[in-house]
Ligand binder design. Sequence first.
Ligand SMILES: Nc1ncnc2c1ncn2[C@@H]1O[C@H](COP(=O)(O)OP(=O)(O)OP(=O)(O)O)[C@@H](O)[C@H]1O
Ligand SMILES: [Mg+2]
Length: 296
Amino acid sequence: MVAGPAARSGGALAAGAPGSAPSAADQGGPGGSPLLELSNVEVTYSGVILVLKGINITVPQRGCVALLGPNGAGKSTTLKAVSGVLKTEEGLVSAGQVRFAGERIDTLAAERTVRKGILHVMEGRKVLEHMTVEQNLVAGGHLQRSKDAKESLELTYEYFPRLADLRGRTSGYLSGGEQQMLVIGRALMARPKLMMVDEPSLGLAPLMVEEIFSILHRLRQEDLALVIVEQNTAAALALADYGYVLDNGRIVLDGTAESLRSNEDIREFYLGLGATGERKSFRDIKHYRRRKRWLG
Ligand SMILES: Nc1ncnc2c1ncn2[C@@H]1O[C@H](COP(=O)(O)OP(=O)(O)OP(=O)(O)O)[C@@H](O)[C@H]1O
Ligand SMILES: [Mg+2]
């Protein structure tokens, strides 16, 4: 699979040699090893509800992968299967494997995956609401030595100047967009190798969505892999190198972000654009949704 521009600079968060261009291996390209690999993954809730029905996803060492699909498709479940959060929700990877940096992780609890560098920013912006912005960030860096944590805090404020201004505020009083920044910033504090962000734009005003995505665009240049789940398909495909479309627990389409952007089904189903480039009415789309399933 293709991932990202040929050369990116190693950014401030880079764990490897600064400024080194990623190799084919970094990209998980031909001959390279991917960072994350889901093979034939099935997920079952409460022992009976089969939600993921054998999915294959590959995430290279760097760049961004988007997971798209309608409500209830299994996008959040996919992220939970990787981070181990599933286990706290009576979910189980009942078949297949999840591998991170070559190692099997589908049996690990969430606290173990965090130590491996997997950070899952869950839907719903769960801030520690009685604590200040800075206390929330410090909590995100708790696994690091204090010197490194201090450096991470400075870097996070560099990414999110708005959080620096709000550092003494009680988090529960922040706006939705500020809280979204805070949970992404808190994940960043742990210097992730893989950051998975579930619906960052949900319920936010367009300007705030723009601000958050511009930060995600910057993060994408760093030495980490991003996986993003989004209903805002246009924004997600502008950010991602590669995308997967899930429907009813199966991957029904995948390809480079560029190919998905020009895919007729995606254009009609998600972007509301017909073959002529005209925006269809909501009524047409609703009709289309009823009529069309990805696997027909
Ligand atoms: N803890 C659970 N127990 C039982 N079923 C669950 C549980 N969590 C999720 N599901 C079911 O699994 C399916 C996939 O849910 P999931 O949250 O992964 O979808 P999604 O693609 O993230 O949807 P959305 O876009 O609405 O967030 C849904 O049918 C949902 O009802
Ligand atoms: Mg979801």
